[in-house]
Design a protein around this ligand. Sequence first.
Ligand SMILES: [Zn+2]
Length: 224
Amino acid sequence: MNTVNEITEIPLTRQFTSATIPISNHEHKMNSPSHMSLALAVLGRKSRASLNGAIIWGSLTPDLPMYVLYAYEKIIGTPDKIIFNEKYYGELWQSVVSLGNSIPIFVIIALFAYIKGYRGLLFFALAALLHVALDFPLHREDTHMHFYPLSDYKFISPVSYYETQHYGHFWSPIELILIIVSTYIGLKALITRWGQLTFGVVMAGATLLQVTMIYYQWTQAGFE
Ligand SMILES: [Zn+2]
């Protein structure tokens, strides 16, 4: 009887401790570079390289409010644990971060830009929408109010981009492939050597981080 208990209890305990402790270091890891390479691969073309800046900014904008709030909390000395477990779910964070991830806001910007013929603004909004679309099926309780400020509805996906309890360890290798393929395609949209080099270095870093993430997920969370 004891043996049965041990068999059933050990993996549970290990999953609990490892999934919440080591992986929490990667918790809410900002996977902004994957959004950048995806946007460049999908929307970027050498023939319209002048729009690359708008595409890159658009792909990063949904995450920017989070960086600003995070930087502020770090400056005033709030520990990460409090930031991600309490502040993140507070009213200020929820509304500011949701504004950056709001589907209606970027749709309105895209429509306005299309009507007015502002190509830069249009591609900025499209890249932001692509970011939101990728986040949509990959966030759980940490998701945003997708239709803010029209509605406070949140889609809680069964899949998380990092939590092993919610298939994060299956998503992460897919994201790795996505990073590599979109980096390869995205590089072709860049025309300056300096741009290619910067993008290449950033994405190499992102690839390394993703490999580390996969390693943690598959070894520490008890899947080895
Ligand atoms: Zn995001």
